[in-house]
Every structure is written in C-alpha cells, then in structure tokens.
Design a protein around this ligand. Sequence first.
Ligand SMILES: [Zn+2]
Length: 155
Amino acid sequence: MKLKGTKLYSVLTFTCPRCHEGKFFKQGNSYRKGFAEARPSCTHCGEDFRREPGYYFGAAYVSYALTVALWVAVYVALWVFDALGWISFRFFENGWLFLIVGSIVLLALMPPLYRLSRIIWINLFVDYREDAVEFNRALRLEEEKAPPSELAESA
Ligand SMILES: [Zn+2]
C-alpha cells in the first residue's frame, strides 16, 4: 500500500502536511529536549507551519480525543488481561488499578500525544500537493508582488 500522499503518512512520520518531505518538528525524538518545538516553516517546500496566532489552540480538541481513546484502550487491555487470567480486574472492585495504569500510560505517552495532536490538527487544514515546492514559491511571489493594501486598491 502506498502511504505517501495520504494524511496518515504525514501524521505517522511527522512530516510537512503539504509536501510530506520536510520535518514538522525540530526534534525527531518525542522523548528528547525540545520535542514540542515545531519548525516555523517547512525546510523542503516552505509551507508556513505557524499559520496564524492561536492556530494550535484547536489541537487541544484533538488531544482530548486522543486521551479519551487512550483511556478506552487501557480499559480494554485490562479487561483482556483479566479474561486471559493474568490479572484480576473488575471495574467496580479494582477501579484504582484502572486509574493507576491509565495515569502511568498517559504520562508516558504525553510527548507523542502532544506532537500527534498538533500534526493531526494541521493535517485537517493543509492538503498534500505533489507540486508543493512550486505551489508555495508561487504563493510567496504573489504576496511579494501584491501586498494586501494593493489588492484592496485594485479591487
Ligand atoms: Zn513541506
């Protein structure tokens, strides 16, 4: 299956949603210092990653959805382990087990969840283009040629 060109590829590889070549984050490793720092723009095609002020506020909704999915996954895992006879887990008797395991997993996966929510968020609005480099170059040329004030005059 060819993944490149799909949004899933950009999300899983943390690459630019426009060209799928340049890296979105400065740091490649989710567990190294500076893991949360995104590049201002794509090093390959020049796509603007900053977009506008407060753009990534919406990533909080994605983060919330991912966190809920994670708690569900922990619950299912505990339920399966109980079914296999490895542990004893009854939600109303061993609720603390669910809370402890869920909290540990959530803390451990916080950095990748943070990165995932941002890359998913930008992928909701930016589509892949094979001609990403030319597309962004033309866009920048247009902006240089006609600043917003001139556009208003000609309209
Ligand atoms: Zn790019």
